[in-house]
Design a protein around this ligand. Structure first.
Ligand code: GCU
Length: 674
């Protein structure tokens, strides 16, 4: 926490001192919350060293103070706050006057709510809410708010662009890196309450005793912060560990092995959250290898964790060679017939789009069409397809676009957000997962602006009604300065950034055009990969006449997987939005767009707009130098220069390729790549 601007600092200053927290001695989470407030207010008001409040908790400042606790604290209970509205994890923050003292109260039903409330209070103070008028009651809209780490046991991170895994497996369980605590603090400050520690492409070792002990050590650090640990499980683990001869979910020996394994894990981690499973996807083993369904597989694992209160998050990101027709249709085709067949502690985890974390995809057709199955959202925070850590792309507008999309499941206004928070169909299990962008880089996320994506994910998991704009503002104020002369332009820069990336990489509904394997840079010409659906040409289908994937009735008919109103909207050339056009339609190069331009001219226009957008970000950032410390300013400046160069690369390579396919002349200024 940086010192506040003078006016704010003067208002906060009288509240510096020891927080009154009667439960400090008995509740570790309350003690943490109290210390967070004390040290943050010290930092915001530029006090020297944080004082030791443990022995003198009640000795708060005479005229002003902060008081925190749960409803079990009589002093809190006596205040008659609306704690019924705070639920299990929420909180109430109020400025009150009592016996001539000005008090800020943070109250909750459970200690973790007090911790969330403490961080919310600090957010209010840092973003400039008037301190004597605080009146906030909140509870999260979604229950499972999870990070998925794609962290391997050798500390590499799949699709990670911020250094090694923060989990130092080699030294665990004996040594707990202090970063685990900071990780827990950062996550608790935005309400994240679960972490899947290992990659979905899991190894059997993660289920062995040494690794369970390591996970248990991490769980011990995260627990006081309200964060549960989960593990990704590899389907064939018992076979690979030579414990069983098959991984057939209906074989009693397999079920018994997993049950014993779950018992072993829960003995080490009593509040273990459960398993995340990637099965029969991209070559991973799964129940279909034994002619069993995803539901039969998920339910077997679910039975193993059920006695302990655990859950199974079963991923719907499946596609296989067997069905080359349209990869976008596969998850729905596999899962729709299983609707209603999953055990009550299974939740199916669905990516935001049917292909794979593209800069833009229409929402996944499973949302709204699987009423009997709880579905959780899987967003990608790490920017696998959006330029890794060096391209600036604030992802909250993308998350928001998907969450706000209307599935029409129960008529107009049945948003994806209402599907995943469980309210549309009344599902008790509900959640949102984000594939983490966290690593051991000093800035945690590979770039300072990528921290905003972690932050925004957590804030939207807590409250999907928050606007991406408001979240950007909050983040900018807390990360740099609350000065409006900074916050306004930086927010504008962030808000436009994702659309800029869409423009120079995959405009108008194009997707999956990235270079092979690493997915960095353009590769729309690639056509020689072993599986048809790995090749960019499979997705754009450009030829001399036109471009785009016909997913209407005359093509793969993927539109039919949506509710009829949605399907009609996407299928009609009149109603489909230009931003999704080539996702659903194969369009002639010379056809007229809504802008009046031909498709070819419109594409050129958008690629150019993308390049110009990066130029605008550079120009804007340059003006913000007075507000930013030199190292961060310099790093962002250099990253934007990379982005500028590579936006041009994307544009020129894409246009040159499409020009060659369509037999058009290269527009002036476009340099075909060497
Ligand atoms: C993408 C990504 C893989 C990842 C997969 C998944 O395809 O490139 O690295 O394993 O998604 O989500 O399972």
């Amino acid at each position: 926490h940086a010192p506040l601007p003078t006016a704010q600092r003067l208002a906060v200053d009288p509240y510096a001192g020891c927080v009154a927290a009667a439960q400090r001695a008995t509740q570790v989470t309350i003690a943490i919350a109290a210390r967070e407030i004390e040290s943050a207010i010290d930092a915001m008001t530029d006090k020297a060293a944080p004082r030791d409040c443990t022995a003198s908790a009640a000795a708060a400042a005479p005229s002003h103070g902060v008081m925190i606790g749960t409803r079990d604290d009589p002093a809190i209970a006596a205040l008659g706050l609306p704690l019924a509205k705070a639920g299990d994890e929420g909180f109430v923050i109020r400025s009150i006057e009592r016996d001539g003292r000005k008090l800020i109260v943070v109250a909750a039903n459970r200690p973790v709510g007090v911790l969330y409330g403490a961080f919310a209070l600090l957010r209010e103070l840092q973003t400039g809410t008037a301190i004597d008028a605080l009146d906030v009651t909140e509870q999260p809209k979604v229950d499972l708010r999870l990070l998925n780490h794609w962290d391997n046991l050798d500390r590499t991170v799949e699709r990670g662009y911020s250094g090694q895994s923060i989990w130092d497996w080699w030294k665990l369980p004996d040594v707990n890196d202090p970063r685990y605590t900071d990780y827990a603090r950062a996550n608790a400050s935005i309400g994240i309450n679960g972490a899947v520690l290992n990659n979905v492409n899991a190894k059997p070792d993660s289920m062995t005793a040494p690794w369970i002990a390591k996970a248990a050590a991490v769980a011990d650090v995260l627990r006081p912060y309200g964060i549960k640990v989960y593990l990704s499980a590899r389907w064939s683990t018992p076979v690979e560990l030579k414990q069983t001869t098959t991984a057939d979910p209906l074989d009693p020996a397999v079920a018994a092995w997993w049950k014993a394994k779950a018992d072993e894990i829960y003995a080490a981690i009593p509040d273990f959250g459960g398993f995340l499973v990637k099965a029969n996807s991209e070559g991973q083993p799964g129940p279909q290898d034994y002619k069993r369904t995803h539901a039969e597989g998920a339910n077997m694992l679910a039975a193993a964790v059920k006695p302990h209160g655990g859950i199974v998050m079963w991923r719907a990101f499946v596609y296989s060679e067997a069905d080359p027709d349209d990869r976008a249709k596969q998850a729905y085709a596999d899962f729709k017939p299983l609707d209603g067949k999953f055990a009550d502690n299974v939740i199916v985890q669905v990516k935001n789009g049917a292909i794979d974390f593209q800069p833009r995809e229409p929402f996944h057709p499973m949302f709204g069409t699987m009423p009997k199955t709880p579905l959780m959202m899987e967003f990608q925070i790490t920017k696998e397809y959006l330029g890794f850590a060096t391209h600036l792309a604030y992802l909250a507008p993308m998350y928001e676009e998907v969450l706000d999309a209307d599935t029409f499941a129960k008529g107009k206004g049945s948003t994806v957000a209402e599907v995943i928070d469980g309210s549309l169909e009344g599902h008790k299990l509900n959640g949102m997962a984000g594939v983490a962008n966290i690593g051991s880089d000093r800035n945690w996320s590979g770039s300072i602006f990528d921290q905003a994506n972690w932050y925004a994910f957590g804030r939207l998991a807590w409250d999907h009604q928050l606007s991406s704009d408001a979240i950007a503002r909050e983040w900018a104020k807390q990360t740099f300065t609350p000065d409006p002369a900074f916050v306004q332009p930086v927010t504008a820069m962030m808000m436009g950034s994702r659309e800029t990336v869409v423009d120079y990489m995959t405009p108008m509904g194009l997707a999956h055009l990235m270079a092979t394997g690493h997915h960095y840079g353009p590769g729309p010409w690639v056509s020689d990969l072993a599986r048809p659906e790995w090749n960019p040409v499979y997705y754009h289908r450009a030829d001399k006449d036109g471009i785009g994937f016909d997913r209407t009735a005359s093509g793969s008919n993927a539109v039919a997987q949506y509710m009829p109103q949605v399907a009609r909207g996407f299928a009609s050339r009149r109603s489909v939005d230009d931003k999704d056009l080539l996702w659903f339609h194969h369009v002639g190069w010379d056809e007229k767009m809504k802008s009046g331009r031909t498709l070819w001219a419109e594409l050129l226009h958008r690629y150019d707009r993308g390049v110009a957008g990066v130029g605008d970000m550079q120009a804007r950032w340059a003006t913000l130098k007075p507000f930013v410390d030199a190292p961060r300013f310099e790093e962002v400046t250099r990253f934007l220069a990379i982005q500028q160069r590579e936006a041009i690369w994307w544009r020129d390579a894409s246009i040159a390729y499409f020009a060659s396919v369509s037999g058009r002349a290269l527009p002036t200024g476009v340099q075909p790549p060497a």
